[in-house]
Design a protein around this ligand. Sequence first.
Ligand code: 13P
Length: 250
Amino acid sequence: MSRTPVIFGNWKMNMLQKDAEAFLQEVDPYLTGSENAVFGICAPYTDLGVCVQHARHLQIGAENCSQYDHGAYTAEISIPMLTEIGVKYCIIGHSERRTYYSETSAACAEKAKALFAAGIVPILCVGETEAQYDAGQTQTVLKQELQESLQGLTAEQVAQMIIAYEPIWAIGTGKSADPGIAQSCCQLVRQTVQELFTPAAAEAVRIQYGGSVKPANIKEYMACADIDGALIGGASLKADSFKAIIDAVR
Ligand code: 13P
């Protein structure tokens, strides 16, 4: 079974609305005829309206959501609010949210269930710290994050989602993971999905690598058997580098 490549930019806390609009105006038409792969941008909440308005080919995602539908959760953004704008994807469990804002895997599981109920595809991030990598704990960390973050989902749901393996030591450092390491970790993610769910879910789930991906190295990752795409931070902020990534993938 062949999986459609899926590339997402994660703008993090960057890009004002005028920057988002200029990016979309340049990148979106560039995707005409690129139906063999899915390309998207996960944008700050304040950019989502502008992005959806200008996106014909790009898929638009949020970078986080609340697991609650409504209520007294000051400054949170609910999934119905994202649905109202027309968002189709949402990152959950990014290491920056796990580290700086104490997002737990249990919360990710609740968010994933709520996103599926709303028809939004979750992009679940997992990954180990440098200290865990050095201590040989990568497998244990990934398995635990997956087990807890996918808790309560069905095999059919997992088959439709995206899981991004993002080693924390490779994020924003320029120290991208060796493609062999990235492949073996993504293979472990797939194997864990098989153990927790079904062979069919493992075969279908799309797995991204993230961490200092750029036009110069994207092809090496895309050539790996268990890597179906990439989640890209810094190199997604400039239209030129994102277009170069599009060229390398399509
Ligand atoms: P960089 O591509 O800037 O390393 O960021 C990766 C990332 O965190 C994407 O979610």
